[in-house]
Write a new protein. Structure first.
Length: 134
């Protein structure tokens, strides 16, 4: 019976364009390695799906917030009306008062709140310059 199975595997491999090295590996036990690898892929996909479900549940319960930037990012704001300043986010504070972004540069130490982004604080120089033109 094993020879028939091998012959079927050879025929399938030829139809699917599998190389002889792959076929030899499959016939000599590589099938188990490939099955283990496929099982790992399924488990990983299942883990990712669970993570996505957890995020959706947290959002529905009001426990999820997507921050506009992270510590170390450079953001831009207009200083004294016409000077574009770039600052680096040094700290993000989440407490009973809400969310605050602490940013510093050579000249400034600034605090921002999430509502400032897109109005007075921008993630790119281009966005900040475009906002000034409005």
């Amino acid at each position: 019976m094993g020879n028939i199975d091998n012959a079927l595997n050879v025929n399938i491999a030829q139809q699917e364009g599998v190389s002889w090295m792959d076929l030899e590996s499959t016939l000599s036990g590589g099938l188990h390695e490939r099955a283990a690898a496929e099982n790992f892929k399924v488990e990983a996909a299942s883990s990712e799906a669970k993570h996505i479900i957890d995020l959706l549940q947290a959002e529905a319960q009001g426990r999820l917030m997507v921050l506009p930037c992270k510590v170390g990012d450079t953001v831009y704001f207009w200083w004294r009306g016409n000077h574009l300043e770039d600052v680096v986010i040094k700290e993000i504070i989440i407490d009973e008062r809400g969310v605050r972004f602490i940013a510093t540069s050579v000249y400034n130490h600034k605090h921002f709140i999430p509502e400032d982004f897109g109005k007075t604080v921008f993630l790119s120089r281009e966005d900040a310059e475009a906002a000034l033109m409005k």
